[in-house]
Design a protein around this ligand. Structure first.
Ligand SMILES: [Zn+2]
Length: 374
Protein backbone atom coordinates (compact mmCIF):
# COMPACT_ATOMS: atom_id res chain seq x y z
CA UNK A 1 0.00 0.00 0.00
CA UNK A 2 1.26 3.42 -0.94
CA UNK A 3 1.09 6.09 1.73
CA UNK A 4 0.62 9.55 0.37
CA UNK A 5 2.08 12.76 1.76
CA UNK A 6 -1.42 13.79 2.84
CA UNK A 7 -1.85 10.54 4.79
CA UNK A 8 1.52 11.05 6.51
CA UNK A 9 0.43 14.59 7.36
CA UNK A 10 -2.80 13.36 9.00
CA UNK A 11 -1.05 10.53 10.84
CA UNK A 12 1.41 13.09 12.23
CA UNK A 13 -1.47 15.34 13.38
CA UNK A 14 -3.13 12.38 15.13
CA UNK A 15 0.14 11.46 16.82
CA UNK A 16 0.58 15.06 18.00
CA UNK A 17 -2.97 15.07 19.41
CA UNK A 18 -2.39 11.72 21.15
CA UNK A 19 0.81 13.09 22.54
CA UNK A 20 -1.06 16.05 23.93
CA UNK A 21 -3.60 13.82 25.62
CA UNK A 22 -0.93 11.58 27.13
CA UNK A 23 1.32 14.31 28.49
CA UNK A 24 2.01 15.91 31.84
CA UNK A 25 -0.66 18.34 32.98
CA UNK A 26 0.10 21.99 33.60
CA UNK A 27 -1.69 23.76 36.42
CA UNK A 28 -1.93 27.54 36.18
CA UNK A 29 -3.12 29.61 39.15
CA UNK A 30 -5.17 32.78 39.14
CA UNK A 31 -2.49 34.45 41.29
CA UNK A 32 1.20 35.27 41.13
CA UNK A 33 2.01 31.63 42.01
CA UNK A 34 4.19 29.94 39.36
CA UNK A 35 2.54 27.15 37.35
CA UNK A 36 3.07 23.54 38.48
CA UNK A 37 3.21 20.32 36.50
CA UNK A 38 1.42 17.09 37.36
CA UNK A 39 3.49 14.20 36.09
CA UNK A 40 1.48 11.49 34.39
CA UNK A 41 2.32 7.89 33.56
CA UNK A 42 0.76 5.33 31.29
CA UNK A 43 -0.62 2.25 33.07
CA UNK A 44 -2.36 -0.37 30.86
CA UNK A 45 -2.85 2.26 28.12
CA UNK A 46 -4.64 4.60 30.51
CA UNK A 47 -3.06 7.83 31.66
CA UNK A 48 -2.67 8.04 35.44
CA UNK A 49 -0.99 10.34 37.98
CA UNK A 50 0.30 9.77 41.51
CA UNK A 51 -2.24 11.17 43.97
CA UNK A 52 0.58 12.92 45.90
CA UNK A 53 0.93 15.29 42.94
CA UNK A 54 -2.26 16.84 44.40
CA UNK A 55 -0.31 17.67 47.52
CA UNK A 56 2.22 19.64 45.49
CA UNK A 57 -0.30 21.42 43.27
CA UNK A 58 -3.31 21.89 45.56
CA UNK A 59 -1.76 21.46 49.04
CA UNK A 60 -4.19 18.54 49.33
CA UNK A 61 -4.29 16.58 52.57
CA UNK A 62 -4.18 12.88 51.61
CA UNK A 63 -4.79 9.88 53.85
CA UNK A 64 -5.81 6.30 53.23
CA UNK A 65 -8.20 4.29 55.35
CA UNK A 66 -7.49 0.64 54.64
CA UNK A 67 -10.15 -0.58 57.04
CA UNK A 68 -12.89 1.15 55.07
CA UNK A 69 -11.01 0.76 51.75
CA UNK A 70 -11.01 4.48 51.13
CA UNK A 71 -8.64 7.21 50.11
CA UNK A 72 -9.46 10.64 51.54
CA UNK A 73 -8.27 13.72 49.70
CA UNK A 74 -8.93 17.17 51.12
CA UNK A 75 -8.71 20.01 48.59
CA UNK A 76 -9.59 23.64 49.43
CA UNK A 77 -10.94 22.28 52.74
CA UNK A 78 -13.39 19.93 50.95
CA UNK A 79 -13.28 16.18 51.50
CA UNK A 80 -13.28 13.85 48.47
CA UNK A 81 -13.57 10.14 49.22
CA UNK A 82 -12.24 7.64 46.69
CA UNK A 83 -13.37 4.05 46.98
CA UNK A 84 -10.39 1.75 46.48
CA UNK A 85 -10.66 -0.70 43.57
CA UNK A 86 -13.43 1.46 42.15
CA UNK A 87 -13.79 4.25 39.63
CA UNK A 88 -16.21 6.06 41.93
CA UNK A 89 -15.52 8.98 44.21
CA UNK A 90 -17.85 10.54 46.71
CA UNK A 91 -18.20 14.25 47.39
CA UNK A 92 -20.91 15.09 49.91
CA UNK A 93 -23.91 13.06 48.82
CA UNK A 94 -22.82 12.97 45.14
CA UNK A 95 -20.90 10.25 43.34
CA UNK A 96 -18.62 10.87 40.37
CA UNK A 97 -17.32 8.26 37.96
CA UNK A 98 -13.72 8.61 36.76
CA UNK A 99 -14.34 5.79 34.21
CA UNK A 100 -11.18 3.99 35.36
CA UNK A 101 -10.47 2.70 38.84
CA UNK A 102 -7.76 3.78 41.27
CA UNK A 103 -4.54 1.78 40.97
CA UNK A 104 -2.29 0.88 43.92
CA UNK A 105 1.36 0.19 43.18
CA UNK A 106 4.12 -0.18 45.77
CA UNK A 107 2.16 1.71 48.41
CA UNK A 108 1.34 4.56 46.02
CA UNK A 109 -2.07 5.47 44.68
CA UNK A 110 -2.65 6.48 41.07
CA UNK A 111 -5.76 8.27 39.83
CA UNK A 112 -6.87 8.44 36.20
CA UNK A 113 -6.12 11.76 34.51
CA UNK A 114 -9.86 12.03 33.80
CA UNK A 115 -10.16 13.08 37.45
CA UNK A 116 -8.19 16.24 36.63
CA UNK A 117 -9.76 17.02 33.29
CA UNK A 118 -13.40 16.10 34.02
CA UNK A 119 -14.16 15.64 37.71
CA UNK A 120 -12.21 18.42 39.44
CA UNK A 121 -13.72 21.14 37.20
CA UNK A 122 -17.20 19.74 37.95
CA UNK A 123 -16.76 19.66 41.71
CA UNK A 124 -14.98 23.00 42.03
CA UNK A 125 -16.65 24.75 39.10
CA UNK A 126 -16.04 28.20 40.57
CA UNK A 127 -12.36 27.59 41.20
CA UNK A 128 -11.05 25.07 38.67
CA UNK A 129 -11.53 24.83 34.92
CA UNK A 130 -10.02 22.76 32.13
CA UNK A 131 -9.09 25.12 29.30
CA UNK A 132 -6.80 24.61 26.32
CA UNK A 133 -5.36 21.39 27.81
CA UNK A 134 -4.46 23.10 31.08
CA UNK A 135 -5.96 23.23 34.53
CA UNK A 136 -6.71 26.79 35.62
CA UNK A 137 -7.15 26.91 39.37
CA UNK A 138 -7.59 29.13 42.37
CA UNK A 139 -4.38 29.33 44.39
CA UNK A 140 -4.33 26.55 47.04
CA UNK A 141 -4.52 27.26 50.75
CA UNK A 142 -1.00 26.87 52.14
CA UNK A 143 -1.09 25.47 55.68
CA UNK A 144 2.58 24.63 56.01
CA UNK A 145 4.53 25.77 59.06
CA UNK A 146 5.94 29.20 58.34
CA UNK A 147 5.89 31.04 61.66
CA UNK A 148 6.93 29.74 65.07
CA UNK A 149 6.53 31.49 68.42
CA UNK A 150 9.16 30.61 71.01
CA UNK A 151 8.10 31.49 74.51
CA UNK A 152 10.94 31.82 77.03
CA UNK A 153 9.18 31.25 80.36
CA UNK A 154 8.99 33.78 83.20
CA UNK A 155 11.02 37.04 83.10
CA UNK A 156 11.26 40.37 84.90
CA UNK A 157 9.86 40.16 88.44
CA UNK A 158 9.22 36.42 87.92
CA UNK A 159 12.58 34.60 88.00
CA UNK A 160 11.06 31.13 87.51
CA UNK A 161 12.95 28.24 89.11
CA UNK A 162 16.09 29.05 91.06
CA UNK A 163 19.29 27.03 90.67
CA UNK A 164 20.80 24.66 93.23
CA UNK A 165 23.64 27.19 93.55
CA UNK A 166 21.10 30.00 94.01
CA UNK A 167 23.04 31.87 91.31
CA UNK A 168 21.17 30.90 88.16
CA UNK A 169 17.57 31.59 87.25
CA UNK A 170 15.28 29.80 84.85
CA UNK A 171 14.26 33.11 83.20
CA UNK A 172 17.88 33.78 82.11
CA UNK A 173 18.69 30.31 80.81
CA UNK A 174 15.51 29.96 78.75
CA UNK A 175 15.93 33.42 77.21
CA UNK A 176 19.46 32.57 76.14
CA UNK A 177 18.26 29.28 74.63
CA UNK A 178 15.37 31.00 72.85
CA UNK A 179 17.60 33.64 71.23
CA UNK A 180 20.04 31.02 69.96
CA UNK A 181 17.27 28.73 68.77
CA UNK A 182 15.57 31.56 66.87
CA UNK A 183 18.80 32.24 64.99
CA UNK A 184 19.29 28.60 64.01
CA UNK A 185 15.69 28.02 62.95
CA UNK A 186 15.59 31.14 60.79
CA UNK A 187 18.91 30.38 59.16
CA UNK A 188 18.25 26.74 58.40
CA UNK A 189 14.52 26.09 58.19
CA UNK A 190 12.97 28.90 56.14
CA UNK A 191 10.62 29.92 58.95
CA UNK A 192 10.01 33.16 60.79
CA UNK A 193 10.54 32.92 64.56
CA UNK A 194 8.92 35.38 66.96
CA UNK A 195 9.74 35.57 70.67
CA UNK A 196 7.09 36.28 73.29
CA UNK A 197 9.87 38.19 75.09
CA UNK A 198 13.40 38.98 73.89
CA UNK A 199 14.62 40.60 77.10
CA UNK A 200 14.28 40.27 80.85
CA UNK A 201 10.72 41.50 81.21
CA UNK A 202 7.52 40.22 82.77
CA UNK A 203 4.93 38.92 80.31
CA UNK A 204 1.65 37.46 81.61
CA UNK A 205 0.73 33.92 80.55
CA UNK A 206 -2.35 35.16 78.71
CA UNK A 207 -0.26 37.72 76.83
CA UNK A 208 2.05 34.99 75.57
CA UNK A 209 -0.58 32.94 73.75
CA UNK A 210 -2.38 36.11 72.67
CA UNK A 211 0.87 37.14 71.01
CA UNK A 212 1.06 33.78 69.19
CA UNK A 213 -2.58 33.93 68.08
CA UNK A 214 -2.40 37.55 66.91
CA UNK A 215 0.67 36.76 64.86
CA UNK A 216 -0.97 33.67 63.32
CA UNK A 217 1.82 31.43 64.52
CA UNK A 218 1.80 27.83 63.28
CA UNK A 219 3.61 26.43 66.35
CA UNK A 220 3.93 27.60 69.94
CA UNK A 221 6.84 26.30 72.01
CA UNK A 222 7.24 27.35 75.62
CA UNK A 223 10.75 26.93 77.07
CA UNK A 224 11.39 26.16 80.74
CA UNK A 225 13.75 24.65 83.28
CA UNK A 226 12.38 22.39 85.94
CA UNK A 227 12.81 22.39 89.71
CA UNK A 228 12.08 19.92 92.47
CA UNK A 229 12.40 20.11 96.24
CA UNK A 230 14.41 16.88 96.05
CA UNK A 231 17.67 17.99 94.43
CA UNK A 232 18.49 14.48 93.17
CA UNK A 233 15.64 14.62 90.65
CA UNK A 234 16.83 15.27 87.09
CA UNK A 235 15.92 14.73 83.45
CA UNK A 236 14.09 16.20 80.48
CA UNK A 237 10.36 16.20 79.88
CA UNK A 238 7.92 17.66 77.40
CA UNK A 239 4.31 18.60 78.03
CA UNK A 240 1.29 19.14 75.89
CA UNK A 241 -2.06 20.45 77.06
CA UNK A 242 -4.75 18.46 78.79
CA UNK A 243 -5.92 17.81 82.30
CA UNK A 244 -2.87 16.71 84.27
CA UNK A 245 -2.71 12.94 84.46
CA UNK A 246 -0.25 12.09 87.22
CA UNK A 247 0.60 13.62 90.60
CA UNK A 248 4.05 14.54 89.32
CA UNK A 249 2.63 16.24 86.24
CA UNK A 250 0.23 18.10 88.53
CA UNK A 251 3.18 19.31 90.62
CA UNK A 252 5.00 20.71 87.58
CA UNK A 253 1.74 22.19 86.37
CA UNK A 254 1.22 23.90 89.74
CA UNK A 255 4.75 25.30 89.65
CA UNK A 256 4.51 26.70 86.13
CA UNK A 257 1.02 28.07 86.80
CA UNK A 258 2.11 29.65 90.08
CA UNK A 259 2.98 32.87 88.29
CA UNK A 260 -0.74 33.59 88.11
CA UNK A 261 -1.04 33.53 91.91
CA UNK A 262 2.16 35.38 92.63
CA UNK A 263 2.52 37.96 89.90
CA UNK A 264 -0.74 38.29 88.03
CA UNK A 265 -3.25 39.20 90.74
CA UNK A 266 -3.79 35.97 92.67
CA UNK A 267 -7.16 34.33 93.02
CA UNK A 268 -9.02 36.85 90.86
CA UNK A 269 -6.64 36.29 87.97
CA UNK A 270 -6.93 32.53 88.30
CA UNK A 271 -10.67 32.87 88.03
CA UNK A 272 -10.24 34.91 84.86
CA UNK A 273 -8.18 32.11 83.32
CA UNK A 274 -10.45 29.40 84.60
CA UNK A 275 -13.84 30.50 83.37
CA UNK A 276 -14.91 31.05 79.81
CA UNK A 277 -11.39 31.48 78.54
CA UNK A 278 -10.58 27.96 79.58
CA UNK A 279 -13.58 26.44 77.85
CA UNK A 280 -12.79 28.29 74.63
CA UNK A 281 -9.11 27.53 74.82
CA UNK A 282 -9.77 23.90 75.55
CA UNK A 283 -11.88 23.67 72.43
CA UNK A 284 -9.23 25.49 70.42
CA UNK A 285 -6.51 23.13 71.59
CA UNK A 286 -8.38 19.86 71.39
CA UNK A 287 -8.20 19.79 67.59
CA UNK A 288 -4.41 20.13 67.87
CA UNK A 289 -3.92 17.56 70.61
CA UNK A 290 -2.57 14.84 68.35
CA UNK A 291 -0.27 17.25 66.55
CA UNK A 292 0.93 18.71 69.84
CA UNK A 293 1.64 15.20 71.10
CA UNK A 294 3.55 14.34 67.91
CA UNK A 295 5.59 17.52 68.14
CA UNK A 296 6.30 16.79 71.81
CA UNK A 297 7.34 13.22 71.05
CA UNK A 298 9.73 14.40 68.31
CA UNK A 299 11.32 16.96 70.62
CA UNK A 300 11.60 14.62 73.58
CA UNK A 301 13.29 11.82 71.63
CA UNK A 302 15.76 14.13 69.93
CA UNK A 303 16.60 15.93 73.21
CA UNK A 304 17.13 12.72 75.16
CA UNK A 305 19.25 11.02 72.52
CA UNK A 306 21.54 14.06 72.12
CA UNK A 307 22.00 14.88 75.82
CA UNK A 308 21.67 11.38 77.31
CA UNK A 309 19.66 13.04 80.05
CA UNK A 310 17.13 10.99 82.00
CA UNK A 311 14.02 10.52 79.85
CA UNK A 312 11.01 11.69 81.84
CA UNK A 313 8.73 11.31 78.83
CA UNK A 314 6.03 13.20 76.99
CA UNK A 315 3.34 14.17 79.47
CA UNK A 316 -0.02 15.80 79.62
CA UNK A 317 -0.67 18.71 81.93
CA UNK A 318 -2.98 21.65 82.16
CA UNK A 319 -0.71 24.65 81.68
CA UNK A 320 -2.24 28.09 81.51
CA UNK A 321 0.36 29.11 78.97
CA UNK A 322 -0.73 26.39 76.52
CA UNK A 323 -4.46 26.82 77.01
CA UNK A 324 -5.00 29.83 74.82
CA UNK A 325 -2.90 28.76 71.84
CA UNK A 326 -4.80 28.04 68.63
CA UNK A 327 -2.03 25.91 67.15
CA UNK A 328 0.06 22.82 67.99
CA UNK A 329 1.87 23.78 71.18
CA UNK A 330 4.17 22.20 73.73
CA UNK A 331 6.08 23.12 76.86
CA UNK A 332 9.69 21.95 77.17
CA UNK A 333 11.41 21.37 80.50
CA UNK A 334 15.10 21.30 79.58
CA UNK A 335 16.27 19.85 82.88
CA UNK A 336 16.27 20.45 86.62
CA UNK A 337 18.03 23.63 87.65
CA UNK A 338 17.49 22.42 91.23
CA UNK A 339 19.84 19.51 90.51
CA UNK A 340 23.49 20.42 91.05
CA UNK A 341 24.82 18.59 87.95
CA UNK A 342 22.00 19.55 85.63
CA UNK A 343 22.27 23.21 86.66
CA UNK A 344 25.93 23.18 85.62
CA UNK A 345 25.04 21.64 82.27
CA UNK A 346 22.20 24.08 81.63
CA UNK A 347 24.55 27.08 81.81
CA UNK A 348 27.30 25.34 79.82
CA UNK A 349 27.43 26.65 76.24
CA UNK A 350 28.28 23.33 74.54
CA UNK A 351 25.43 21.60 76.40
CA UNK A 352 23.16 24.46 75.36
CA UNK A 353 24.22 23.82 71.75
CA UNK A 354 23.12 20.19 72.14
CA UNK A 355 19.74 21.32 73.43
CA UNK A 356 19.32 23.80 70.59
CA UNK A 357 20.37 21.30 67.90
CA UNK A 358 17.94 18.72 69.31
CA UNK A 359 15.01 21.11 69.39
CA UNK A 360 15.91 22.20 65.88
CA UNK A 361 15.88 18.57 64.67
CA UNK A 362 12.61 17.85 66.48
CA UNK A 363 10.90 20.87 64.89
CA UNK A 364 12.40 20.18 61.46
CA UNK A 365 11.20 16.56 61.43
CA UNK A 366 7.76 17.54 62.67
CA UNK A 367 7.53 20.28 60.03
CA UNK A 368 8.49 17.87 57.24
CA UNK A 369 5.69 15.46 58.16
CA UNK A 370 3.19 18.20 58.97
CA UNK A 371 3.73 20.11 55.72
CA UNK A 372 3.26 16.89 53.74
CA UNK A 373 -0.07 16.31 55.40
CA UNK A 374 -1.41 19.82 54.79
ZN1 LIG B 1 9.07 27.57 84.08
Amino acid sequence: MKISCIQIFFISIILIILNNIYGDITVEYNSSLSPETIKTSNISSIEYFNVFELNKTFKANISDDLLDQRLNVNIYGEQLIFLLDSSLLQYGSDYFNMTHEIIQQEGKYFLPVAFLTNILPQIFNNWISWEADKLKAKAPIDNSIKRIVLDPGHGGKDPGAVGFSKKNFEKEIVLELALKLKKKLEQQLDVEVLLSRDKDEFVSLQQRTKFANENNADLFISLHCNAHRKSEIDGIEVYYLSTAKTDEARAVEAMENQVVYEYEGGQEAVKKYDDLAFILADMAQSEHLEESYNLGANLQSSLVSATEAYDRGVKQANFYVLRGAFMPSVLLEFGFISNKEEEKKLINSSYQEKLIDSVFIGIRDFKMKYDQMQ
